[in-house]
Design a protein. Structure first.
Length: 182
């Protein structure tokens, strides 16, 4: 007597291979692959900061359905790190919250077209995240004077984009002054 309830069986490897891609993964994977290769080239030549490359790679992976989209808070941190990179600040330089706000305000909007950094306190929350992550350090406040209080200043502790160190060809691989052999 045949079984009245059909039992589902797992698909074979060939059935999985022949099955069409579902939903978001049906995106143009060849275009995504090409864009990832271009990102690798731009990162290798220093055309984009590592923050910009990581963010775009996350967007492409989310578009293909491999990972969830990055949260908006991460986007804001990446925007500020990208601005710090474009200013070519080095470790030890200082920057104020109002300078960051003036630099970021005209550039970035939310997906719905509204600016996420309309006021300095909006940027202050992102700067606090960068302090917690170890990118910035709060500098002591300036002595009190009459008038408006100055914007808090921060020291850059680590560069937002560290270049890969290329070894100097004039240096030898072995140090012969200590009795070593070349």
């Amino acid at each position: 007597m045949p079984d009245p309830v059909p039992h589902d069986r797992p698909p074979t490897g060939r059935e999985r291979y022949d099955a069409p891609l579902s939903g978001a993964r049906h995106a143009d994977l060849a275009r995504i692959d090409l864009e990832l290769r271009v990102l690798q080239g731009l990162a290798a030549t220093g055309g984009l900061s590592h923050v910009q490359v990581r963010r775009r790679a996350q967007e492409l992976a989310a578009e293909a359905g491999y990972v969830p989209a990055p949260p908006p808070e991460q986007e804001r941190v990446d925007v500020v790190l990208g601005w710090l990179h474009r200013q070519q600040l080095t470790v030890g330089d200082d920057v104020s919250v109002s300078e960051i706000h003036r630099g970021v305000y005209p550039l970035h909007r939310n997906d719905d077209g509204r600016r996420w950094c309309r006021r300095v306190p909006d940027v202050q929350a992102v700067v606090d995240d960068l302090v917690a992550a170890g990118y910035l350090r709060v500098l002591p406040a300036a002595p009190a004077q009459r008038g408006r209080q100055p914007s808090p200043r921060y020291e850059l502790l680590r560069a937002p984009h560290t270049l890969i160190a290329v070894p100097d060809p004039t240096e030898t691989a072995h140090d012969t002054s200590r009795g070593g052999t070349p």
